[in-house]
Design a protein around this ligand. Structure first.
Ligand code: NAD
Length: 267
């Protein structure tokens, strides 16, 4: 039986764990080969640990168990040159590229008083410029045959969620970047869409944010509440949206803000 993305080759950043891993496995189940990129190192400005090289290896093993190929590279998406080299190598090994998922991201917690310019720089650098670097590395491989760029934003990027302003701003920036590219690249049949998840239980857990919401700013708790009666979505719910946007089922879908947000943005 043919999968929904049979034979497609997909770049995924932030692929060692969490939703990136889930996207890799879900796409492999539907017939894709993948290039998996992750920093595999923690950052001093980010208060929770990032993924490890063992976790990236484990994602590749899960893809292989699903019967597909995985090429891995330990790269920081902020490093444009290293990312481009990794993507070029992966494309060489897999024989081409059909899509990219800019999924790597980081989150800081803080109020207007405590948020630092260093937090701003790190979050914007990884989430926004890293997304640009990912698109920039993928596009040369897509221009001849078309393709799909899926940029992971957040419900925060639509709603304006507080207590992590750099994150919210970076995720809104991902929308602007994606819409602009969607216009610029449509003539080449390259589609560009964003995905906006509500909360999903992953390693992205800054204790400061949880503390603020429980203690000093519990009044803001309702802003994060979903309309549907669930506390959080599961990673696979987001992966199914990514799968659709990469598949040919979405061949005329571009410039979309695809919310998988349990209705949090309509409240
Ligand atoms: N978890 C949520 O509730 C939630 C909600 C909405 C959107 N998102 C977004 O979904 C995406 C995936 O997040 P997640 O929840 O799986 O978090 P996660 O922290 O578990 O995974 C993020 C991955 O990105 C990697 N990464 C971080 N910085 C990197 C860099 N500079 N270069 C390369 N890799 C890097 C990490 O090592 C990690 O493996 C992110 O863009 C995040 O902002 C998450």
């Amino acid at each position: 039986m043919s999968g929904r993305v049979e034979g497609k080759r997909v770049l995924i950043t932030g692929a060692a764990r969490g939703m990136g891993r889930s996207h890799a496995v879900r796409l492999a189940q539907e017939g894709a080969d993948v290039i998996l990129v992750d920093i595999c190192e923690s950052l001093p400005e980010i208060e929770y640990p990032l993924a490890t090289a063992d976790e990236l290896k484990e994602t590749a093993e899960l893809v292989e168990k699903a019967g597909r190929r995985a090429v891995t590279h330990v790269v920081d998406v902020r490093d444009e040159r290293a990312l481009t080299a990794a993507v070029d190598d992966g494309v060489g090994q897999l024989g081409g590229l059909d899509a990219a998922v800019a999924n790597a991201g980081v989150l800081t917690g803080g109020t207007w008083e405590t948020t630092t310019s260093q937090q701003w720089r790190t979050v914007v650098d990884v989430n926004l410029i890293g997304t640009w670097n990912t698109c920039r590395a993928a596009i040369p491989h897509l221009v001849d045959r078309g393709g799909s760029l899926v940029n992971i934003s957040s419900a925060a990027g639509i709603k304006g969620s507080p207590l992590h302003t750099p994150y919210t701003a970076s995720k809104a920036g991902v929308v602007g970047l994606s819409r602009a590219l969607a216009n610029e690249l449509a003539a080449m049949s390259i589609r560009v869409n964003t995905v906006h998840p509500t909360g999903v239980p992953t390693g992205m857990q800054p204790a400061s944010l949880h503390q603020l919401l429980h203690d000093t700013r519990s009044d803001l708790g309702p802003v994060f509440q979903n309309a549907l009666p669930i506390v959080m979505a599961e990673a696979v719910d987001i992966s199914n949206a990514v799968l659709f946007l990469i598949s040919d089922e979405a061949r005329y879908v571009t410039g979309l803000e695809f919310k998988v947000d349990a209705g949090v943005t309509i409240r």
